[in-house]
Design a protein around this ligand. Structure first.
Ligand SMILES: [Zn+2]
Ligand SMILES: [Zn+2]
Length: 392
């Protein structure tokens, strides 16, 4: 295990944010120096068609219908790249592409192919169980380099990504119609990533997703019953179970969860009660989060000697009925890789897909030992700061 603990108090800097607007009205946020401007759209973007949500009467759940997403570009394994190549012709996320025509450090733009839109069209006529797909879908570019990941970015770059997430998170939670904000990354074709450029996404929803609502009610019931925070108990249990610990970290527990759903699932969970969203982090916690995330991905990539595909989700506290973040929610990042071995994928087949159950073919303690045993290169986080952002 390598230490990622805080070794010094980060110094304070600020990260400038430039807000630009694409000709089709979509926002582009550039973080750091601004090195160019947007050009008139070469290919006019048509508004998403047939975008709406349908209610499943038997569950009360909502399904987002978004046929235009089938037109998304793909530059996955079909574009040859080597570690020496930092641009990929045809990648829409590389500098010079349609999204950011100039060199950048980190950037965010509104998705050209959204599932949710701040300006959604009305649902198709005659559908009595349909609703507008209100919300927002953004793409977060970690770096201008086409090749890389949270494992290979420098500590400064990873800290900048965390600063960008925090900046966008604050803005999106501040919109009154957003009930939930979800920062996530799909890495690898196995989890549906269509672009290999290092990037993640953010969705903002106007209603709580089902699993999120279930967690909110579990936390509230526990508080009513015991007057205690259930998330604090989960952290304490993870800390006591050293056999499930993956990496050391002062501010976050980094562990395979007790009831892991996916074979190499890892949760990075805030130890401090009151750290509920990215905006609550102290400078040390910000740096510890960046270090923890890099640790996990480094271990994933060392596990089978190849870049492990994963889903990574930031779980920030949803707003309660009073509009305030849920009290007992602890900020966490959940990594959900689909692999159960170097060559085999876990597939959620009939039973799991139809019932919502999970059947894990691995023992969480065995997975944790494998991940904890991966040798990772030493990394210095001294002097690294998750900067506050400010409009340039
Ligand atoms: Zn690229
Ligand atoms: Zn707590």
């Amino acid at each position: 295990m390598s230490a990622t603990a805080s070794t010094s108090i980060p110094t304070s800097h600020t990260l400038p944010r430039h807000t630009l607007s694409h000709p089709d009205g979509r926002c582009l946020y550039v973080y750091g120096p601004l090195r160019g401007d947007l050009r008139p759209a070469e290919t006019p973007t048509s508004p998403p068609t047939a975008l709406h949500q349908r209610c499943d009467l038997l569950t009360g759940g909502w399904v987002a219908i978004s046929p235009s997403r089938n037109a998304r570009p793909q530059t996955g394994a079909d574009v040859p790249t080597t570690p020496e190549v930092d641009r990929s012709p045809g990648c829409p996320l590389c500098p010079g592409g349609p999204e950011v025509p100039f060199s950048y450090d980190a950037a965010v733009f509104e998705n050209r192919f959204p599932s949710l839109s701040p300006r959604p069209p009305p649902p198709p006529q005659g559908q009595d169980l349909a609703a507008r797909s209100f919300g927002r879908c953004e793409v977060v570019l970690y770096t201008e380099s086409h090749v890389g990941s949270l494992a290979t970015l420098t500590p400064l770059q990873v800290a900048r990504v965390v600063a960008v997430w925090r900046d966008r998170s604050r803005d999106l939670w501040a919109e009154r119609r957003h009930r939930h904000v979800l920062i996530f990354e799909n890495r690898g074709e196995e989890v549906g990533a269509t672009l290999s450029h290092p990037h993640g996404q953010i969705y903002a929803f106007d209603r709580l997703p089902p699993l999120t609502a279930q967690r909110v009610s579990t936390l509230a019931e526990h508080r009513d019953r015991s007057q205690r925070c259930l998330s604090c108990e989960v952290v304490a249990r993870d800390d006591r179970a050293v056999e499930r610990t993956v990496a050391d970290n002062d501010s976050f527990s980094v562990a395979v969860p007790y009831a892991a759903r996916w074979p190499y699932e890892v949760h990075v969970r805030a130890r401090r009660h009151g750290l509920r969203r990215l905006g609550d982090m102290t400078p040390c916690e910000g740096r510890d989060l960046a270090a923890a995330l890099q640790q996990v991905v480094m271990r994933y990539d060392g596990l089978f000697g190849t870049d492990l595909s994963y889903m990574m989700v930031a779980q920030e506290a949803p707003a309660g009925a009073d509009g305030q973040p849920q009290t007992d929610w602890h900020l966490s990042f959940e990594f959900l890789p689909p692999h159960r071995s170097a060559t085999k994928l876990k597939v959620r087949a009939s039973v799991e897909t139809s019932t919502g159950l999970f059947i894990n073919d691995t023992l969480p303690e065995t997975s944790a030992a494998a991940l904890a045993g991966v040798a990772v290169p030493p990394t210095s986080w001294d002097g690294i700061d998750v900067c506050d952002t400010n409009p340039a």
